[in-house]
Ligand binder design. Structure first.
Ligand code: AMP
Length: 400
């Protein structure tokens, strides 16, 4: 079995896979240990039934022990040693880690060095890695990084137009995130189009609470919208996306706050929430706009701003690909489920003739569906992403 782990400073999200059929890992259970260092709460979902426990969790190691003990108790697994590999999602691998790696001391040191670039994310992953190392000493530990898929970007995509010494001395550059999802979608497209990954040109819109897009050229990341941090690019649930950098100093002065406080507002009170003043959740905003609530006009404007940004990047990326685009793909919470955002974004792309089939756009689907008509210059797809499965498959490669 392989356990896939996505850990934060006070939580561990996990999914356990049976890998006895190597080409088809089967998810057995999933769950969440949260409120670590507070009191502790563990939820395990098995066969559509939720089991809840209030195990005490003073630290990540106690959380790990509690997860493993409950696996045994629920008879998910007879012998904990059957977990042969653990795949960790790690946000920042900097510019050193370009693919999934075994978590050796050297690679753990790289995660630690990158804490300064991802202070909110890397520490939780590192603490969880160390806890699982103690809890399951015989398992192979593998790290999959959100940044590594983007290490193929050329300098002209990843450099900012700031003093070059900022890049050389302080590593200020575009890193990009959501790489595990972009990689998964690229592999899915290779299967759908029956084409070699190296031959694929895609524009992928990963639109979730956090959102970014990727221009995939010959199967590799050529450009992406997030930057040094996940604040850049598209408008997101609570993040602003790209803005004029001078707004920072201007608003710091106006609000008598420091640059950290203003950055916090750009991360947590901007985007969908900031503009709509309704919610950071796309469902709430769409409901308000179409059911003509009190704030319908603002909700409508928010949807317009959101779709406009997506369309702008589609055009930019189609230009990178010289118009040679195999598909535009929508994925993640909003991309997979919002027919409104998909059709509004595509309507705003004026430089290509893209025709969306209304029925297919709104239809239920299982794993993926083409939503454009045969007349469309470029096929458009909605595809469900599965970052955990991708991590499981990558971890499996290390067990061979
Ligand atoms: P994620 O971060 O990938 O879980 O995506 C979360 C976002 O997806 C939230 O903004 C949700 O409102 C949005 N979302 C989920 N389901 C729907 C839906 N049926 N229609 C519109 N947005 C949705």
């Amino acid at each position: 079995m392989i356990l896939v782990v996505n850990a934060g400073s006070s939580s561990i999200k996990f999914k356990l896979y049976d890998i006895s059929q190597k080409n088809n890992p089967i998810s057995l259970v999933e769950g969440l240990a949260e409120r670590i260092k507070v009191d502790g709460a563990l939820t395990i979902k098995m066969n559509d039934k939720k089991h809840q426990f209030d195990d005490k969790m003073d630290d990540h190691l106690m959380a790990v022990k509690s997860i493993l003990n409950r696996f045994k108790e629920l008879k998910v697994i007879e012998n904990i040693e059957d977990i042969k590999g653990i795949g960790f999602r790690v946000v920042h691998g900097g510019d050193k880690i370009v693919k999934p790696v075994e978590l050796t001391d050297e690679n753990k040191k790289t995660i630690e060095e990158n804490i300064r670039l991802a202070p909110l994310h890397n520490p939780g992953a590192l603490t969880a890695i160390e806890a699982f190392e103690k809890g399951l000493p015989n398992a192979k530990l593998v790290g999959c990084f959100d940044t590594s898929f983007h290490q193929t970007m050329p300098e002209k995509s990843f450099l900012y137009t700031v003093p070059y010494s900022w890049y050389k001395e302080y590593k200020v550059r575009k890193y990009g995130f959501h790489g595990i999802s972009f990689d998964y979608i690229t592999e899915e497209c290779a299967k759908i189009f029956n084409k070699k990954k190296e031959k694929l040109n895609l524009i992928i819109c990963h639109l979730g609470n956090g959102a970014s897009m990727c221009c995939v050229k010959h199967g590799q990341s050529f450009d992406t919208t997030m930057g040094l941090t996940p604040l850049a690019g598209l408008m997101m649930g609570t993040r602003s996306g790209d803005i004029d950098a001078s707004i920072l100093q201007y608003m710091a002065k106006e609000l008598n706050k420091d640059v950290y406080e203003i950055t916090d507002i750009l991360n947590k009170q901007s985007g969908l929430l900031g503009i709509s003043e309704i919610s950071s959740d796309m469902r709430d905003i769409t409901n308000e706009a179409f059911h003509k609530g009190e704030n319908a006009n603002r909700a409508y404007l928010t949807l317009e701003l959101y779709s406009e940004r997506v369309a702008e990047y589609i055009v930019k990326y189609a230009n990178h690909l010289q118009g040679n685009v195999d598909a535009i793909v929508f994925t993640a919470g909003i991309g997979e489920n919002s027919s409104v955002i998909r059709s509004w974004a595509m309507e705003r792309v004026k430089l290509m003739n893209i025709e969306i089939d209304k029925e297919k756009n709104e239809a239920d689907y299982d794993l993926y569906m083409e939503i454009s008509t045969p007349n469309s210059d470029v096929p458009v797809f909605k595809i469900r992403t599965d970052e955990e499965l991708m991590i499981c498959k990558e971890t499996l490669k290390f067990l061979k």
